[in-house]
Design a protein around this ligand. Structure first.
Ligand code: ZN
Length: 610
C-alpha cells in the first residue's frame, strides 16, 4: 500500500474521491460530537452517551448540552464508540498506514531497526504521524550472540551471558528504546538458537528497572516463562505452543504472573501461524479483506507450518484461561510483521481468540485498550475519558455482545482527526488491485534482454537491475556490463556479470535481475510464458536462476552451470514450485551462496510459450 503516492495521484488527476469527507466537515469543524452512542470507556460500557472531541482531545466524555456551534455531529445510534485499539506486540517495519485503517491507533513494537524507531518517534513528537498509528518501540532486542533476533537481515549488537547488562541496556535507552525486550529461546527442532541464561536475563531486567524502564521477555517454553517471571520480568511477550499442558502447570504459571503483577501477551495470531491454523474469521470477513490488497492478504494467508497442527493451540488457550481465572493482566498483541498476521487486521482476530479462550468480550476489549496503555505506561490513551487523547473507533452494533462487531468499523479518529479519507483511499486501492489485468503479451521472439542506446533494456516492466543481498542487509556486490550480442541482428545484449559474494547475510547472493512488473511488489502476469531460455558462458561455477511472485519472501531457484563455451539453457516455469506465474515479481541470475568471486555472461534471454 502506498497511500502517499496514491494521494498525490488522486490530487494530480483532480479526482473528487475525498471531497465527500471534506464537505462532511472533518477538517473544517473545530469539534466533533459523537451523539447518543454506546461507549466502552476502556473498562466499562455506558449506554446513550455523547462524546465531544476538540483539538485532538476528548474534552467531554459525557456531553449533555446541545451540539456546539460549528461542530460535526456523528450519529451514534446502534453503534459503539471504543478507544483506539492498541496492539501490544508488533514488529513495525512496513505498511505504516494499515493499522489505522483497522482502528489500531497505537502499536507496541517488540523489535525493529533503530533508524525506523527513531524516525517514528520524531514524527510522533512533531505531530507528523496523524495518518499512522503511534508506535512505542523496544528498538533492538537483547539477545545472545547467535540468539533469536540475529537471524534477520539487520545487524544487531548482542549480549554475552555474564556480559555487562547495564551498559547494554543503557545503550538501548540512548538509542530511544521505550522499554527493554529480552529474548530467552533455545529454538525448536532443527532451528536452534543460543539463549541468554536466567542469570543474564535477571541482570538485564534489573538494569532496565534501575533506569525506570519496563523489561519484557520473549519465551517459547513453560520453563522459560517461569524463569522470566521469577527474574522479575514486567511482562511476557508471548505464550508458548503445545499440544498439552497439565492444568496445575497452567494454574501455577498464571498464579506466578498474578502474584508478580506481570502482564502476559498471548499472541494467539502468531502461535496459530506456527500451528498452521489460518485466521478464518477475518479471512472470510469482507469488512477485513475489502481493505487488504493482494499482497497484504497473501501475508495474512501465509503461515509458518504447511501441515496444520491445531492441537498446538491447546497450551496457550489453557494458560490464557488460567491467567484470566488468576486475575493476571492479559494484553492483546498479534506479533504482526510475521507470516500469518497483518497489521491492524489481526488485532480483530486476536480479540476473537481471547473470547474463544474464555474471556468475555468486555475483558477482551480491556486487553486491547486500557490494559496495554497502563501496562506499557503509554500516557493518556486507551480510555474514553476527559483529557484523554481522541483516538477513537466507531463500530456498528455491540462488540460487548459480539466481539466480531469490532470489524464493522464506521469511522476511526487519531488525535481527533478522522481517518475516513485514508480508509476510502485504501478501499479504492484494493479495488484497483483486484481488477483483472490482461496477461503480459510476450515480446518479439520472447526476447527480454535488449540493448538500447548502448544500455541494457527490456521490452516491458522495470527491467534489468543489479541484484544483491545488500538490500536485505548483506555486503555482496555486483557489476553489470551490457554489450551488443556479436551475433548481431535482433540478438540483443550480452550481459556480463562480475559478482563478489561475501558472508554477512544468511543467504548471500549477487547477480542480475529482471523485474517484469511496472511496480516491483506487484509483479506482472507472465502466465503466457511456459519456458525461460537463455545462453550462458562463464567461469565454470554453479549459478541459480531464481524466480519470485507477489507475497513471496524467499525466491525459488534452479541451478545451472556456466562453462567456458556458450551453451543454451531452457528451464520450464513449472520448475519453480510455488511461484505464481500470474504475478511474477523477479527473475534473477545469481551467484552464491558460497562466498567468492564469480564471472559469467548471459545472452538472448527469452520467455517462450513452449
Ligand atoms: Zn514478536
Amino acid at each position: 500500500m502506498k497511500p502517499t503516492m496514491l494521494t498525490s495521484l488522486l490530487l494530480a488527476a483532480g479526482l473528487a474521491c475525498c471531497s465527500a469527507f471534506a464537505t462532511a466537515g472533518t477538517a473544517a469543524a473545530d469539534s466533533t460530537l459523537v451523539q447518543d452512542v454506546r461507549v466502552f470507556d476502556g473498562k466499562a460500557a455506558h449506554e446513550h452517551r455523547s462524546v465531544l472531541v476538540r483539538d485532538g482531545m476528548i474534552v467531554d466524555a459525557d456531553y449533555r448540552a446541545q451540539p456546539p456551534a460549528g461542530s460535526r455531529v456523528v450519529s451514534g445510534a446502534g453503534r459503539t464508540l471504543l478507544p483506539g485499539l492498541i496492539d501490544a506486540h508488533v514488529h513495525a517495519f512496513q505498511h505504516f498506514e494499515l493499522p489505522l485503517v483497522f482502528g489500531v491507533t497505537t502499536e507496541v513494537d517488540m523489535f525493529t531497526a533503530v533508524p525506523t524507531m527513531q524516525k517514528i518517534t520524531r514524527a510522533m513528537a512533531e505531530g507528523r504521524n496523524r495518518d499512522q498509528a503511534d508506535v512505542f518501540s523496544a528498538g533492538t532486542l537483547v539477545t545472545a550472540p547467535g540468539g533469536h533476533g540475529t537471524e534477520y537481515p539487520i545487524a544487531i549488537p548482542t549480549l554475552e551471558n555474564g556480559g555487562d547488562a547495564q551498559a547494554f541496556v543503557d545503550a538501548r535507552i540512548a538509542e530511544g528504546s521505550h522499554f527493554i525486550k529480552v529474548v530467552m529461546e533455545e529454538g525448536l527442532g532443527s532451528r536452534q538458537f543460543k539463549s541468554l541464561d536466567a542469570a543474564t536475563v535477571k541482570a538485564v531486567i534489573d538494569a532496565a528497572h534501575r533506569r525506570g524502564k519496563l523489561a519484557v521477555v520473549h519465551i517459547t517454553t513453560l520453563a522459560n516463562a517461569r524463569a522470566a517471571l521469577e527474574a522479575g520480568a514486567d511482562g511476557l511477550a508471548h505464550l508458548f505452543p503445545g499440544a498439552r499442558i497439565a492444568q496445575e502447570d497452567a494454574d501455577g504459571l498464571a498464579q506466578l504472573a498474578a502474584s508478580k503483577g506481570a502482564f502476559v501477551i498471548p499472541t494467539f495470531s502468531v502461535l496459530e501461524s506456527m500451528a498452521g491454523v489460518k485466521p478464518r474469521g477475518i479471512l472470510d470477513d469482507p469488512a477485513i479483506t475489502g481493505l487488504l490488497d493482494k499482497e497484504e492478504r497473501a501475508t495474512l494467508e501465509a503461515g509458518y507450518r504447511p501441515v496444520p497442527a491445531p492441537a498446538l493451540m491447546t497450551a496457550p488457550k489453557t494458560v490464557a484461561a488460567a491467567l484470566r481465572k488468576a486475575g493476571a493482566r492479559v494484553l492483546a498483541g498479534t506479533d504482526a510483521g510475521n507470516a500469518g498476521t497483518q497489521y491492524g487486521a489481526s488485532l480483530h482476530h486476536e480479540l476473537a481468540q481471547l473470547v474463544e479462550a474464555g474471556f468475555t468480550p468486555r475483558e477482551a476489549l480491556v486487553a486491547a485498550t486500557s490494559a496495554p496503555a497502563d501496562s506499557f505506561r503509554l500516557g493518556k490513551r486507551g480510555r474514553i475519558a476527559n483529557g484523554y487523547k481522541a483516538d477513537l473507533v466507531l463500530v456498528e452494533g455491540d462488540p460487548l455482545q459480539d466481539i466480531a462487531a469490532t470489524r464493522r468499523i464506521v469511522e476511526v479518529w487519531k488525535d481527533g482527526e478522522s481517518a475516513a479519507a485514508l480508509r476510502e483511499q485504501q478501499r479504492q486501492h484494493v479495488a484497483q488491485d483486484a481488477a483483472p489485468k490482461p496477461a503480459q503479451a510476450l515480446p518479439l521472439e520472447g526476447r527480454i534482454s535488449l540493448l538500447k542506446d548502448g544500455r541494457l533494456a527490456s521490452p516491458f516492466g522495470i527491467g534489468w537491475i543489479p541484484s544483491t543481498d545488500q538490500f536485505a542487509g548483506g555486503v555482496s556486490s555486483v557489476k553489470l556490463d551490457a554489450q551488443p550480442d556479436p551475433r548481431g541482428g535482433q540478438a540483443g545484449a550480452v550481459i556480463a556479470v562480475a559478482a563478489t559474494v561475501k558472508p554477512g547475510f544468511f543467504y548471500p547472493w549477487a547477480g542480475a535481475a529482471f523485474m517484469p512488473g511496472t511496480q516491483s511488489m506487484q509483479g506482472a502476469d507472465l502466465s503466457r510464458a511456459k519456458v525461460i531460455r537463455f545462453r550462458v558462458r562463464g567461469d565454470g561455477q554453479q549459478y541459480q536462476l531464481t524466480m519470485a511472485s507477489r507475497g513471496m519472501t524467499i525466491p525459488r531457484g534452479v541451478s545451472f552451470e556456466a562453462g567456458a563455451q556458450w551453451r543454451e539453457v531452457a528451464i520450464p516455469f513449472d520448475a519453480f514450485a510455488g511461484v505464481d506465474p500470474a504475478a511474477v515479481t523477479m527473475i534473477g541470475f545469481n551467484a552464491g551462496p558460497q562466498p567468492g568471486d564469480y564471472r559469467f555472461e548471459i545472452a538472448d534471454v527469452r520467455l517462450l510459450d513452449r
